[in-house]
Design a protein around this ligand. Structure first.
Ligand SMILES: *Cc1c(COP(=O)(O)O)cnc(C)c1O
Length: 217
């Protein structure tokens, strides 16, 4: 697989779902990938990337941002409140807003800094203990709470359980977003992004299918 293949498959999935060409944004997930591979994808002209750890992103992206204009960085991994400020300064979009403490921290920092990244609320659609995210039952109230804090909530994000049909989780996420009037849906990874596009994804997060297997480290 390569960036080009994924873009071709995305276009086909958009067409098959009767969606406008270019209506889905590809976040190239560069976590743990060697810099040469990231550089190669930048050289091909791609500018939208996802990282799951603040510290790793801090080490890698300031340099790339100096060399390449228009980089857009998405945080897709869990965030500790004590890293919230760094995350807000480094990332353009945060996909993992998932609890009241983080929401109030973002709200306070947004006042201080005078700007705030766009946000997605992570929903733990599979209600898995080991996974972050607000439960589906608490999602409506949490969305309202975040909006009440003036956070720019653009949509919802989920990571389906590995051993379940992803489409069920994508459909559930789309339903929760629709009833709350949210347009953004961050869902779909290397193995299931076409399904996610069929069910309304606006942002897909694809790592290994673009960069190759992640090097263990
Ligand atoms: C790593 C990761 C991805 C990308 O996974 P691939 O299977 O490599 O496409 C997507 N979303 C999140 C939250 C991730 O942590």
């Amino acid at each position: 697989m390569s960036l080009h293949d994924i873009i071709t498959r995305m276009a086909k999935a958009e067409k098959d779902a009767d969606r406008d060409a270019g209506s889905v944004k590809l976040i190239a997930v560069s976590k743990v990938q060697p810099n040469e591979r990231v550089q190669a994808v930048l050289d091909e002209g791609h500018r939208c990337f996802g990282e799951n750890r603040v510290q790793e992103a801090e080490g890698k992206w300031p340099n790339f941002k100096q060399s390449f204009d228009g980089v857009e960085l998405h945080l897709i991994g869990p965030l500790q409140s004590n890293k919230a400020r760094t995350a807000m300064e480094l990332f353009d979009v945060i996909h993992t807003l998932d609890r009241p403490k983080l929401a109030t921290t973002f709200s306070r920092l947004a006042q201080e800094i005078g700007q705030c990244p766009d946000m997605f609320i992570q929903v733990n659609t599979g209600e898995e203990d080991q996974k972050a995210g607000v439960t589906p039952a608490k999602a409506d109230a949490f969305i309202k709470e975040c909006q009440g804090l003036d956070l720019p909530v653009r949509g919802l994000m989920c990571i389906p359980p590995v051993d379940e049909e992803a489409a069920l989780h994508f459909a559930l996420l789309a339903k929760i977003a629709a009833r709350n009037g949210l347009d953004g849906l961050s869902m779909g990874m290397s193995s299931d992004f076409e399904k996610a596009i069929a069910l309304g994804a606006t942002h897909i997060r694809v790592g290994s299918a673009i960069f190759g297997e992640r090097v263990a480290g």
